[in-house]
Write a protein that binds this ligand. Sequence first.
Ligand SMILES: *Cc1c(COP(=O)(O)O)cnc(C)c1O
Ligand code: SF4
Length: 347
Amino acid sequence: MPHWKTLLKTSIIRPADLPLHLVRDQAGMARVTSVYPMRINPYYLGLIQEPGDPLWRQAMPDSRELTDRVCMADPLAEESLSPVPNLIHKYPDRALFLVHAQCAMYCRFCTRKRMVGTTRMRITADTIRAGLDYLKKTPAIRDVLVSGGDPLLLEDEALANLLQELRKIKTIEIIRIGTRVPCVLPMRVTKKLASLLKRFHPLYINTHFNHPAEINQTAATACARLADAGIPLGCQTVLLKGINDDPAIIRALMQKLLTIRVKPYYLFQGDMTRGTDHFRTPLRQGIDIMRSLIGHTSGLAVPTLAVDLPGGGGKIPLLPEYAQYCSGKIRATNFCGHDFTYVDPAE
Ligand SMILES: *Cc1c(COP(=O)(O)O)cnc(C)c1O
Ligand code: SF4
């Protein structure tokens, strides 16, 4: 397999350069890419079988991205929650630090679609410095999520320097990296990268797989390298209409993730991001999918279904109802629909 940088350089960024059998509505695709960039690297392109398949839909521009009149450019109010550019401080003890503007693929449903991969996302040595300074003077932040774009597209040296700077801040206990690289460009996870990351423990990685067809030997090798470096791996999956909005697909995905040592973390209801309305699924369906998981497969395979509230409200869990609280007891219905009672201890 070619080097990851070669794969990135040879990515398709213009619909006109796509293999003809994968093109649908080339003019529409071209209009979309003048607003929202496309990048499909040869690895991910090779996983796509045919137009309309679940991987094709994640990667290929769709003219509906331009006709969304429901959703918002910045649904999570990230801009108003940024004390300095590219650092979002929404929760008391953690912050989201955007350190790279590009990704190994531009997912059509991206929450930061308004800026990722464009000149609207400006990350420079100065913004990184300002972010580090803010973290330094805000000791309440004990958990930093390094994200973007995709931080693992940084060169090894730049990434090591950044992590080193974060580790100099003694109030930061945990570093988390959010990256789609293990899924969309797994060859970026070299042995050298894994041994570099290992120097900065406790370090967690949350990756992002959306469909069982994204999990193969190459992705498994990438995850094994990270797991062997002692890095706990989580996955943040997004529910996507026409891609994975189905209990059997989500169950297969969650079970398959565990076989490559990735623990499902969040299952996200789609954000209300402008240009992604056509991907959103009914809330009810997410709850039904959770019902189809809980009790029917390992608890390890069950993520938290969450919605990140528009306006910067943060993430809240959505759960099916299993229990009714009465005085001194609960009446519960189990995963098979049978009723049980649990009695509180006497006072
Ligand atoms: C999701 C998110 C976090 C992390 O939330 P967890 O529930 O701890 O994973 C932190 N900051 C921002 C702005 C986020 O969007
Ligand atoms: S990898 Fe993440 S940040 Fe990049 S385009 Fe996909 S969803 Fe957006």
